[in-house]
Write a protein that binds this ligand. Structure first.
Ligand code: GLN
Length: 305
């Protein structure tokens, strides 16, 4: 049965895997994170939360922010406007790959790889006067927490090492799929990635995806049921980059990962779960986090398949 104690026990099973992965170090400010941290939080559809380990320790959400940015874009643009600029297919490539862009005329494969998220950030930049502030407000609302903030050291560190993301953005601009000043959009994009949240906040913030668009602790839907289904479909097919297939096979939940070591997964109608362990595998997904979710789905019988 799901309880704090059963989650603690689950973490004890996977903890010995710490040491087998590597903390992301291509962003220098992330290289110093203590790799021994491990946390999990489950948020049931009724709002009850179960936790274990370092579930209230905040970390860099990184690419998990791509889900919130896409959701924000879906509430401000028509589907046509959005899907003519970004695709809906798994990429089968690393999260920061630019190889497909040249073949596909600057249209990224999906919104959850860097190229796609940069287009989404470009769209938000066109529509919002203060995009970083709006994103923080959205997350504070969804997570029911006023303490969520941007880690400016991480954002600046990413900006200083922007070469690859800048190359992706300029390549898209050369194909006419990027409207705003590249560095301005990169600043917004890095700030979204550099938001710090903990497992409880992230599981709570994803709850709208388990509840047909209605976030826990709120009485107004963020998006409609159809949109929620579609977001979950994108998470299931593209949420873990070129490991999305293996993740579906092993875990069986729509999910999104980030290079900070967080993964948030959804069982529509039932729950959301966030795990965090900073060491990554070769695809840039949390190694111990994936193992924890695999065990979670096996032990508690949660899979969408
Ligand atoms: N900020 C990171 C980057 O742009 C996000 C990557 C990730 O979490 N996969 O490279």
């Amino acid at each position: 049965m799901l309880s704090n104690a059963s989650l603690e026990e689950l973490l004890d099973v996977v903890r010995p895997l710490i040491g087998e992965g590597h903390v992301a170090d291509y962003i220098p400010a992330l290289a110093n994170v203590n790799p021994n941290q491990l946390g999990i939080a489950v948020c049931l559809a009724n709002g009850d939360v179960f936790t274990a380990g370092d579930a209230t320790e905040r970390f860099s959400i990184q690419s998990i922010s791509k889900v919130f940015a896409l959701t924000a874009a879906l509430t401000r643009f028509s589907e046509d406007e959005l899907w003519t600029r970004v695709g809906r297919e798994p990429s089968g490539q690393a999260f920061n790959s630019l190889i497909q862009l040249e073949f596909e005329k600057g249209k990224p494969r999906n919104p959850f790889i860097n190229a796609g998220a940069l287009v989404v950030a470009d769209m938000l930049q066109s529509r919002l006067s203060a995009p970083k502030q709006r994103m923080l407000e959205l997350l504070r609302k969804l997570a029911n927490s006023t303490d969520i903030y941007i880690d400016h050291d991480v954002a600046s560190s990413e900006f200083e090492h922007m070469a690859r993301n800048a190359a992706i953005a300029y390549l898209m601009k050369s194909h006419g799929n990027f409207n705003n000043d590249v560095e301005t959009v990169l600043q917004s994009y890095f700030s979204y990635c550099a938001i710090n949240m903990n497992c409880v906040e992230l599981a709570t913030a994803f709850s709208f995806l388990a509840k047909k668009g209605l976030p826990c602790h709120r009485n107004k839907s963020l998006v409609n049921e159809r949109c929620t289904r579609r977001l979950n479909a994108l998470l299931a097919t593209c949420g873990l980059y070129d490991e999305s297939g293996d993740f579906a096979f092993r875990v069986g939940m729509p999910a999104k990962s980030g290079v900070g070591g967080g993964i948030v997964a959804v069982i529509p109608g039932e729950l959301t779960v966030c795990v965090w362990s900073p060491e990554l595998n070769e695809s840039g997904n949390s190694l111990v986090g994936t193992a924890a979710l695999e065990l979670f789905s096996e032990r508690f019988g949660h899979s969408i398949f």
